[in-house]
Design a protein around this ligand. Sequence first.
Ligand code: XIL
Length: 397
Amino acid sequence: MKTVKIVILMILLVVAGCSSGSDDTGPQVGGPSDDIDPGGSDDDNPDNDDDDVPVVGPFVYDATEDLKNVASFPIGNIVSASKLASTSTANTTFKQILNTEYNSITAENDMKMANMFTGPDTYDFSDGDAIVAYAKENGHRVHGHALIWHQSIPNWLNNFTGTDEEFEAQVEGYVKATVAHFAEAEDDDGNPIVASWDVVNEYFDGSSVRSSLFTQRIGNDFHEKAFQWAREADPDVKLFYNDYNIAGQVDKRNAIISMVNNFITNSIPIDGIGMQMHLNHDWPSSDLPTSIQAISDTGLLVHISELDVKVNYGDDITELTEERAAAQEFQYQRAGYYYSTIVPPAQQFGLTLWGFRDQDSWLYDGGSDWPLLYDNDFNTKISHRGLVAGLNEENPE
Ligand code: XIL
């Protein structure tokens, strides 16, 4: 009986996966939402051990392979300086997994503008420095995230009363000072620890330029200036444009590809594109490989920069179900598989997950979604098995 159920489920999943319905109209996750705290400090409580959070369900397995050993490119996840400094039981486990399964780290919030740009010509790089020091000690690469994002603007800059020229000079100074500062850290062989930066995050709103403080004060070309400032500060660091729904929203993707092609034509420095990849268990379907192919065709580096897979987008379940856990496993496998097999190795910058335990996710929503690879006790979920299979190039379809 159980076997019959599994076979039916698999057929349903294959049919769903093959449907070439318009992904453009699918649910859109990962974008800005009103309840995001730009400073992000709430999610950063290092002692968020919460031993009383229940294990979410039986959808876990005994992993035998570590992500970074399966992939032929870097595998990343997010950190905060406070979690790295914490010796709580949960954070000790977190660091063990970080060092066994991953070789690249991104600051979830600590290296954003609101956290570093403390006042006019004044910076606080201490959290980023702690992350870089940890990376150096434990052999991780650091991906810098993110120099300019409309959701992470310090209050003083939001309220800046100087002229537009003075505003632009502040942003230019910040981009250059930040990139130059983090270019200094090197490993024992003289290689930079901070390999890359998301220079501009989420410039587009759909296929239009998003109106933001930066477009209002600097102009719609602030993004081009930002890439040039970053390049002036460091001739070698890889410069990325990062955005959500590049998979799933065709108009937006095309706008991004046009922007990138204009950059290339006009010699504006850019090395790569970050596809955030905040997915749903059933979205996108056919547009996932299509989008990876289209981004890859730009010839730039491709980074899956913030992978997670929501299973309760429609708020129709109250606990993780067998069907959703299987669909999530399938979607993780598809992400890993298409990235591994479509992007030429020389363009594979890496794949970064956006969190560890479900309860750590920015999408946890008080316990009503389970988007990640580990349950609240750090057990590997079957979603982890899916990603391992995808990275092993096992075709999910
Ligand atoms: C999120 C963090 O995970 C949260 O802790 C914070 O409150 C808001 O930002 N796209 C991005 C990331 O580029 O920086 C966002 O991270 C998630 C969406």
